[in-house]
Write a protein that binds this ligand. Structure first.
Ligand SMILES: *Cc1c(COP(=O)(O)O)cnc(C)c1O
Length: 341
């Protein structure tokens, strides 16, 4: 039986977290002389360290209790905190499936934790046979699975197989889940105590500037995230921006519908170009496109002031293209039509 207490680093378990003055007395009325704030101005008070109002909104929207929700300063903060809670520097290991999101590798390296990388197969899926050596690897504490995967765009199969067998933490990064045909893993946190699901307001919700990442997990895991985070990790401005954005479900739905429609249009247009060899199926808001010569085409687009992501060193001759507005997508296609295959 999985017990998160057995997996958490000893120093984290024994840590007495910083107790912010304000989190002990949450009532809004009172004479606040506890936090060395300035009494003047309207941004002078520290924000709610646990973002109760924001979590209430997320909870209603996602049908997950607030105790199972953690809000991070972007998903990137959450990725870093998970590594810090479970992996001892110089001792423990993290596993990813490549190609995938670059921050797992960077956050692992910053924490001086070793990274195991297993290649995805030619369909960008996890080969069950490639996992044979991991089950008995005592040093392996965390597995990151990005689904839909960045930069390949596909939903990953066999996630349940891994969660059920792995004794450590499985993080499923669902940054692009709102664009996917398949459902989220968040409701599975009650079934699997070793599962952490990460979502973000940076993509489908259009709030990248506000830096709001969300983790869903069993309460004991959420408590550890709260224990190690910076006391006021989400500014009041960003908490308010997030609440306002979540309020407007209609705008979210209509923007999502537009982007999915634009993705289909782009797929069709790109496929017809002589410079394009293949457009990979995508469950995200981007397309991975195999070109005749990715380096040359990428540079040519850049010269036409169109910025894409050259992924040729990750997936040979591929460029990752974000689905933009109709106007931007037309500009992209026109620019590509100028380029020799
Ligand atoms: C864009 C992206 C994120 C978002 O990170 P934030 O810090 O929340 O903006 C997370 N994971 C993946 C795989 C991404 O591509």
């Amino acid at each position: 039986m999985f017990d998160v207490e057995k997996l958490v680093r000893k120093n984290i378990k024994e840590l007495t977290p910083y107790s912010s003055a304000r989190s002990e007395y949450m009532s809004s009325a009172g004479v606040f002389l506890d936090a060395n704030e300035n009494p003047f101005g309207n941004m002078n008070r520290y924000p709610d360290p646990y973002q109760y109002a924001l979590k209430e909104k997320i909870s209603l929207l996602k049908a997950i209790p607030p105790e199972n929700i953690f809000v991070g300063n972007g998903s990137d903060e959450i990725i870093d905190l998970v590594i810090r809670i479970f992996c001892t520097p110089g001792v423990d290991k993290v596993l990813t499936f490549k190609p995938t999101y670059g921050m797992y590798e960077v956050a692992t390296a910053i924490n001086d934790v070793a990274l195991l990388e297993i290649p995805l197969n030619k369909d960008f899926q996890i080969d069950i046979a490639s996992l044979d050596t991991i089950w008995n690897n005592e040093a392996l504490k965390v597995i990151f699975i990005c689904s839909p995967n960045n930069p390949t765009g596909n939903v990953i199969d066999n996630i349940e197989y891994i969660i059920e067998r792995f004794r450590g933490i499985v993080v499923v990064d669902e940054a692009y889940i709102d664009f996917a045909q398949s459902g989220s893993w968040i409701q599975q946190i009650t079934t699997y105590p070793n599962l952490i699901v990460i979502q973000t307001l940076s993509k489908a919700w259009g709030l990248a500037a506000a830096r709001i990442g969300i983790a869903y997990a069993q309460q004991a895991t959420i408590n550890y995230l709260n224990k190690v985070k910076a006391p006021y990790n989400i500014s009041r401005l960003n908490q308010e921006a997030a609440m306002q954005t979540l309020e407007d479900q209609a705008i979210f739905e209509s923007n999502r519908a537009i982007l999915l429609q634009q993705k289909a249009w782009l797929e069709e247009q790109l496929s017809a170009l002589p410079a394009v060899i293949k457009v990979f199926a995508s469950d995200a808001n981007f397309l991975l496109v195999e070109m005749t010569d990715a380096d040359r085409i990428y540079k040519n687009l850049l010269a036409q002031n169109i910025i894409t992501r050259n992924r040729t060193h990750v997936v040979q001759n591929c460029i990752r293209i974000t689905v933009g507005s109709s106007k931007e997508n037309i500009q992209l296609i026109q620019a590509l039509q100028q380029i020799q295959a």
